[in-house]
Design a protein around this ligand. Structure first.
Ligand SMILES: [Zn+2]
Ligand SMILES: [Zn+2]
Ligand SMILES: [Zn+2]
Ligand SMILES: [Zn+2]
Ligand SMILES: [Zn+2]
Ligand SMILES: [Zn+2]
Length: 480
């Protein structure tokens, strides 16, 4: 906790902690222009009067705690008197919410007491406004297990929602028994299933608001063990269209007059394995298809080849590696990706520092570039070295920005976006493990920013970004 002081009578110099710093997220601005602002720079801070010549004692005024919405704060009256906050009386030790513009009188009445206005600093993500909505928990329940959704999936066209695990089990059973998959809730034929990221956030908000609705860890592990939906599934659409086409063809050959099956053919991209057997596999009417993230092409969902079909880092679907393994290449009939975007980590190449590296701080990226040049190696060689360390499990993966971080090895297939994220993560370790004396001269003298990599100021304050080191762990703030 910081102690910040301000004069209660007149400006009597500044203590070291009250100096304006660029980590300041709010201020108390006095109505009396003679007084100086009180800078608030840590997430929780006690504001008190300054020790002056006339008084040796320091009086605590209030404690200001930043709220997670970054737009409001809680203020606790720590003084020995009542205070007025927007004209409402706040008793000793009482807590009120304050926001930008709130007026705080440091005493029981306006006359003779110091008055401050609470002001948020511009650029402190004040635009990140939160819209609050009310949700009936009953509307967020899975009709299979009757609990709050867990890892919610949405099916189409009926748009009902279920737990990933619950619907995956239903899908598996339906495929064994029936020719089509019906919605467990409304019995509509299911053509599509996918994880719903928006509802997933809502699911988390609900559990956050009411932790009693949470499943136990064992239950979660059990539901997760059933979950098979990683990316969007297309159920039976490819085959259905294929059959219609075959029927139309037959009708023509047989010169059949009953052309009632000539429905409009709005066929999307086709799957190469639907029509013909390739690599010992051919789709049948139960085959579920995955749609490629890049080319929109279809491929059968193969549990035995899931790693070649999904990026481990983001769970999205890519077709290049799968078709490469089946020796299918691009044709006029089927969209098929080449295998450059999605490949094993060890086979990706990199020539420049990713835009995302060091939280997008250009100064740190330049320093890293200089450090690499000093080693006499290329970026590619340095990254390869760190991938080896990752593969040997020498690196803490807690902050690795990829899904399934613990399962990732050098041989894991990832997409180029995830590869760049991984490189950024490895460059953090490259820099943080570099002895200080090896840094370029201009970077040598810099002190660590308290907020380290999590610092927000580095994104809008050029000078701060340049003057402080941000490739370090936070020692203040929410990320400690
Ligand atoms: Zn469920
Ligand atoms: Zn339904
Ligand atoms: Zn197919
Ligand atoms: Zn990815
Ligand atoms: Zn593709
Ligand atoms: Zn900083």
């Amino acid at each position: 906790m910081d102690m910040v002081t301000s004069s209660s009578r007149a400006e009597v110099g500044e203590s070291s902690t009250s100096k304006p710093t660029s980590d300041t997220w709010a201020k108390l601005v006095p109505l009396d222009a003679q007084l100086s602002d009180v800078e608030i720079c840590s997430n929780e801070m006690i504001v008190s009067s300054q020790v002056t010549f006339s008084s040796q004692e320091k009086h605590e005024w209030c404690r200001i705690t930043r709220n997670p919405d970054l737009l409001t704060a809680m203020m606790q009256n720590k003084s020995s008197n009542d205070m007025l906050v927007d004209d409402a009386v706040v008793q000793r030790e009482d807590v009120v919410e304050i926001k930008c513009g709130t007026e705080i009188v440091l005493g029981p009445k306006r006359d003779g007491c110091l008055t401050y206005k609470f002001k948020l600093m511009p650029g402190q993500e004040t635009c990140k406004k939160q819209l609050k909505i009310c949700i009936d928990v009953e509307h967020a329940k899975c009709s299979i297990c009757l609990n709050i959704w867990h890892d919610v999936v949405t099916i189409a066209p009926c748009l009902h929602n279920f737990c990933n695990g619950c619907f995956s089990e239903w899908l598996k059973r339906s495929q064994k028994k029936h020719s089509s998959v019906l919605c467990p809730q409304c019995r509509a034929v299911v053509q599509f299933a996918g994880r719903n990221h928006f509802l997933r956030n809502i699911e988390e908000d609900i559990l956050h608001a009411d932790p009693s609705l949470r499943h136990s860890n064992e239950e979660v592990a059990l539901i997760d063990s059933y979950a098979t939906i990683r990316s969007n599934l297309v159920i039976r659409s490819g085959r259905g269209i294929q059959r219609k086409r075959a029927q139309a063809f037959l009708d023509e050959v047989l010169d059949n007059e009953e052309h009632d099956s000539q429905e409009s053919d709005d066929a999307g991209p086709q799957c190469p394995q639907c029509g013909s057997e390739i690599g010992g596999f051919q789709c049948n009417q139960h085959t579920i298809h995955l749609q490629c993230q890049v080319c929109g092409g279809m491929m059968p969902s193969r549990a035995d080849m899931s790693e070649l079909q999904h990026c481990m880092g983001c769970d999205r679907t890519f077709c290049g590696a799968y078709w490469h393994a089946q020796t299918v290449t691009r044709s006029d009939f089927y969209p098929v990706c080449n295998n450059e975007i999605f490949r094993p980590i060890s086979e990706h190449t990199i020539t420049r520092i990713p835009f995302l590296a060091h939280e997008m701080n250009r100064h740190e990226q330049d320093i890293t570039e200089k450090c690499i040049r000093q080693t006499g190696k290329t970026l590619q060689e340095v990254v390869a070295e760190w991938i080896r360390k990752l593969n040997n499990r020498e690196i803490d993966r807690t902050r690795m920005p990829l899904n399934h971080a613990e399962r990732i090895t050098a041989a894991t297939h990832v997409c180029s976006t995830c590869y760049e994220k991984l490189v950024s993560f490895l460059l953090y370790w490259f820099r943080i493990s570099m002895p200080k004396y090896l840094l370029p001269p201009d970077a040598l003298q810099r002190e660590d920013c308290w907020y380290g990599y999590a610092c927000r100021t580095q994104h809008h304050n050029e000078e701060h970004a340049r003057k402080r080191n941000h490739v370090c762990r936070p020692t203040r703030g929410a990320n400690v």
